[in-house]
Write a protein that binds this ligand. Structure first.
Ligand SMILES: *[C@@H]1O[C@H](CO)[C@@H](O)[C@H](O)[C@H]1NC(C)=O
Ligand SMILES: *[C@@H]1O[C@H](CO)[C@@H](O)[C@H](O)[C@H]1NC(C)=O
Ligand SMILES: *[C@@H]1O[C@H](CO)[C@@H](O)[C@H](O)[C@H]1NC(C)=O
Ligand SMILES: *[C@@H]1O[C@H](CO)[C@@H](O)[C@H](O)[C@H]1NC(C)=O
Ligand SMILES: *[C@@H]1O[C@H](CO)[C@@H](O)[C@H](O)[C@H]1NC(C)=O
Ligand SMILES: *[C@@H]1O[C@H](CO)[C@@H](O)[C@H](O)[C@H]1NC(C)=O
Ligand SMILES: *[C@@H]1O[C@H](CO)[C@@H](O)[C@H](O)[C@H]1NC(C)=O
Length: 213
């Protein structure tokens, strides 16, 4: 008669092990190439669409962009913005990751958590003119549910914005509260206050100086 208790205990251990086994993948974009636009040839270092088609993406995975300060990473769920290579006029469906550096060509790594299921689009547009994007610096992925978001990425949305009384100074927004994925990786921070139509993100993870590749 003691067997059921032992069996249940074993089942519980097995269930816990299964839950802990949820694994997430870091995808190095373009691997083994990098997220890089060659200014001599006006072309991308890799066919990123071909690369993306070799990967399976799940919620909680990261895209790791090994890149330089000459490129940016624009992430959007807005297919129109992606097709037109422009992050202008988008709402909170777009995030821009850039280095916050004025120095050309510094090697940096940008880690982007995948927190939105379904179609996600990525492109580079440092000049805000669509130039790099139109010449191959773009790709689309489909993010599956997989194991779902890990708790560390599963942040609640920010509270709704309430305008302050006219007599008070405008609020300053720093750090958390700007959307999914904030304050989690430690690799990047949001800069700029208020609720801009586009979230601009500065990447603090400058790994080295010098030329890419
Ligand atoms: C994936 O990248 C994130 C962000 O840089 C990092 O926190 C995490 O440790 C990485 N995971 C693995 C398995 O390398
Ligand atoms: C990308 O950067 C990461 C972290 O610096 C490094 O471990 C990895 O080898 C790099 N991959 C490529 C293809 O350069
Ligand atoms: C850019 O392309 C040219 C011509 O193919 C090549 O010689 C050069 O090494 C490339 N630059 C980088 C940084 O990859
Ligand atoms: C790259 O594009 C720039 C800007 O349009 C142009 O001036 C330059 O001649 C192009 N270079 C090549 C190799 O096509
Ligand atoms: C998507 O982007 C287009 C411009 O590229 C813009 O007109 C449209 O309002 C955007 N949609 C949303 C939901 O932001
Ligand atoms: C970065 O851009 C600058 C200005 O266009 C260019 O002179 C430099 O060669 C680029 N560096 C790399 C690594 O692409
Ligand atoms: C990437 O390759 C696909 C075919 O596999 C092609 O249709 C597409 O135009 C290529 N993209 C670029 C930017 O060269």
């Amino acid at each position: 008669m003691s067997t059921p208790v032992a069996a249940i205990a074993i089942l519980l251990v097995a269930a816990a092990a299964t839950a802990n086994a949820a694994t997430y993948t870091n995808h190095t974009v373009g691997d083994p190439a990098v997220w890089f636009f060659n200014v001599s040839t006006n072309s991308s270092a890799s066919n990123y669409s071909d690369w993306a088609s070799t990967q399976t993406f799940n919620l909680g995975d990261y895209l790791i962009f090994n890149t330089t300060t000459n490129e940016t990473v624009v992430q959007t769920t807005n297919a129109t913005a992606y097709k037109s290579c422009s992050a202008d006029d988008t709402s909170d469906d777009t995030s821009i990751y850039d280095s916050g550096s004025n120095v050309f060509g510094q090697t940096i790594t940008i880690a982007v958590p995948l927190t939105i299921e379904g179609s996600n689009y990525f492109f580079s547009d440092p000049g805000d003119d669509g130039f790099q994007c139109e010449r191959g610096m773009r790709f689309e992925i489909k993010v599956n549910h997989g194991s779902g978001l890990p708790p560390i990425l599963n942040q609640p949305p920010p509270p709704p914005y309430a305008p302050p009384p006219a007599s008070e100074p405008p609020p300053v927004f720093e750090g958390s509260g700007g959307g999914q994925g904030q304050s989690i990786s430690g690799c990047w921070t949001k800069i700029g206050g208020g609720f801009p139509s586009t979230v601009r993100v500065a990447v603090a993870a400058i790994l080295g100086l010098g030329m890419a590749v």
